[in-house]
Design a protein. Structure first.
Length: 607
């Protein structure tokens, strides 16, 4: 060990600050309070997925996990480096023992339920996710597939594994980073991590507004949360005298810091929701709260004592398995109940997930960590075989189209409606702009084809793009200007989609140029009302006035909200075994402005 390693602190020389002091296990900073913090994190995520309104921001539990993980893993590496050279193979072995056994058990447990309950299209998606999870790229898969807060996200059994992929991608690179930078000295390691964290946070803030899906799922915009945990591990200093009670002023400072940290996490859980731009600067609130609790919470503080209770520590110990089990249970329950599983059922499953978590922790996680029972070669070979087997099952499931032969002939006919190509129908990327595109990406063909003289112009969001599909079959000269999450409203306060102002201003300029005879305004109006980003009665009036100023002869039609089915209508009919016959009908709740809480009858293929 070098002289530098023997100094009292990692970030700067000199005597360690007793404010940050806490007892060490060897050289690794760890206490029961961290298990209690894990419990807070996992319970927040579980309650968020149950759908309890007071926990609308419970998804920040993942951010707390990232900080904890960055702190603990770096502490382990520091302790290992203090004993001798850093062995990357040992690090990856520990990660394999920690992550893979329980994960593979959950994946295998999902297979029979997926076979019995999933439609062919859902089974195909699930099969793809099996491959992605096994390769630790599920964050990339779900980024390409759907948003975390999309209406169908709750029906994805493996959606939650995106965070595991982020961690593993980070820890694939982090030991190599330490090997390269450690020889420069710990100050340089910390400085480099600070730069990485700042760049990552900047990417997260930029992406939370302009590319929210990428910002939420991908490593570049999440690395800062793991990095600040690592920085904390490098800067947290051992107590020169663990038995020495802190001075009253320092004790008061610790109490204030831990209460502030708990309040920051609690505020995020209660006040954040799916409309909060995330993970940008807003994520600093729960992440900073986690840092304060890790740094200051000890049994001598009030919050530390709460986190160290037997119940909290026990839940913290099984938190990883609890996180793995809860989402498949909830997703399959929602599938069985056609997306309408009630809160009582989900709460019961939440408690059941804790029971399963204890069993997998006791009989899967703990034994596999015992090197005397399972050697490194056994762990690596077993992990490789299981990963290949599960990935192979996923490849087969996808290649065979989700085994549509399981269905009867009428069911296969209905299933054909589920698998369609929205890219070509909606004209994705050209006349229906995706969230990362600006008005400059509208293609010339959007103005009405070769004639460039449309009789009908459709303006709105994804609902308008869907409406344009049908209208275009009767009106080939139709002009289409649609953009994801952009209602056709002049003056709407779209904080999460600032690009919409440019889109709408561009469409008004096109109306002035094209002078279409008819203009259709259509959107998912209720979505924007609920987000408090639109006041349709006022904003529509402003929009109509803006249109009349540039094209007085155009007739303007405002199309109201349409029924929204969860899951989609063909899939719902397939699961309820309702064939495509005119005499068959079903009733289901309708979501739409002016129709909330009503029911709608669907007669066969006529809606």
């Amino acid at each position: 060990m070098s002289n530098e390693n023997q100094r009292s602190g990692f970030c700067a020389p000199g005597r360690a600050s007793p404010i940050f002091a806490r007892p060490l296990q060897g050289m690794m900073v760890y206490g029961q309070e961290i298990d209690g913090l894990r419990a807070i994190a996992v319970l927040s995520v579980i309650r968020f997925h149950v759908g309890l309104r007071p926990f609308s921001g419970g998804f920040i539990g993942v951010d707390v996990f990232f900080v904890i993980s960055g702190y603990l893993i770096t502490s382990i590496l520091i302790a290992e480096r203090a004993r001798g050279p850093l062995r990357v193979a040992d690090f990856y072995e520990r990660r394999a023992r920690r992550i893979l056994p329980a994960l593979f058990v959950v994946l295998l447990a999902c297979l029979p339920f997926a076979w019995v309950w999933l439609t062919p299209s859902d089974l195909q998606d699930f099969s793809q996710s099996l491959v992605a999870v096994s390769a630790f790229v599920s964050n990339i898969f779900f980024y390409l597939k759907s948003g975390y807060f999309d209406s169908d996200a709750d029906l994805q059994p493996l959606l939650h594994t995106w965070s595991l992929a982020v961690e593993e991608q980070y820890y694939l690179l982090f030991p190599l980073f330490l090997l390269v930078t450690w020889r420069l000295g710990k100050r340089w390691v910390v400085a480099a991590l600070v730069v990485i964290a700042l760049l990552s946070l900047a990417a997260a803030e930029w992406g939370s507004v302009r590319a929210p899906g990428a910002a939420f799922y991908l490593l570049p915009s999440r690395a800062w949360e793991l990095a600040i945990g690592a920085i904390l591990a490098l800067c947290l200093r051992p107590n020169p005298d663990p038995e020495l009670a802190p001075a009253p002023a320092r004790r008061a400072l610790r109490e204030a810091a831990t209460l502030t940290g708990a309040a920051m996490i609690g505020y995020s859980v209660v006040h954040f929701d799916k409309y909060t731009p995330f993970p940008g600067v807003y994520a600093l609130i729960p992440a900073t709260g986690a840092v304060l609790l890790i740094a200051f919470a000890t049994p001598a503080t009030f919050v530390g004592r709460l986190l160290s209770t037997r119940v909290m520590v026990g839940i913290g110990l099984i938190s990883y398995s609890a996180y793995l089990w809860h989402q498949p249970l909830f997703a399959f329950a929602r599938m069985r109940e056609l997306g309408q599983a009630n809160v009582q059922v989900l709460l019961l499953l939440a408690f059941f997930s804790l029971g399963l978590a204890y069993l997998s922790w006791r009989y899967v996680e703990s034994p596999l960590r015992n090197r005397s029972l399972f050697s490194r070669n056994t762990v690596f070979a077993g992990a490789l075989l299981l990963a290949l087997g599960i990935s192979g099952a996923g490849v087969v499931g996808y290649a065979f189209g989700g085994f549509a032969d399981r269905l009867s002939a009428p069911q296969r006919e209905l299933n054909a409606y589920i698998r369609y190509d929205p890219d070509s129908l909606y004209r994705n990327g050209t006349c229906f702009l995706l969230s990362e595109q600006s008005f400059e990406d509208f293609a010339a063909e959007c103005a009405g084809g070769l004639t460039n003289n449309p009789g009908l112009l459709v303006w709105g969001d994804s609902h308008a793009a869907a409406l344009a599909v049908g209208l275009r079959s009767a009106r080939p000269d139709l002009a289409q200007y649609t953009a994801a999450a952009c209602p056709p409203l002049i003056g709407a306060a779209l904080r999460s989609q600032p690009r919409c102002k440019g889109v709408n201003d561009f469409v008004v300029s096109q109306i002035a140029r094209l002078k279409p005879r008819q203009i259709v305004l259509h959107a998912n109006w209720l979505f924007y009302v609920r987000r408090k980003q639109a006041n349709p009665s006022m904003d529509i009036a402003k929009t109509i006035d803006a249109i009349r100023m540039v094209s007085r002869t155009s007739r303007i039609y405002v199309v109201g909200g349409v029924p929204q089915w969860a899951p989609n209508l063909p899939e719902r009919m397939l699961r309820m075994h309702i064939p495509l016959r005119p005499e068959e009908y079903m009733e289901t709740p309708v979501r739409g402005i002016g129709a909330v809480g009503l029911s709608n009858r669907v007669y066969g293929n006529r809606t």
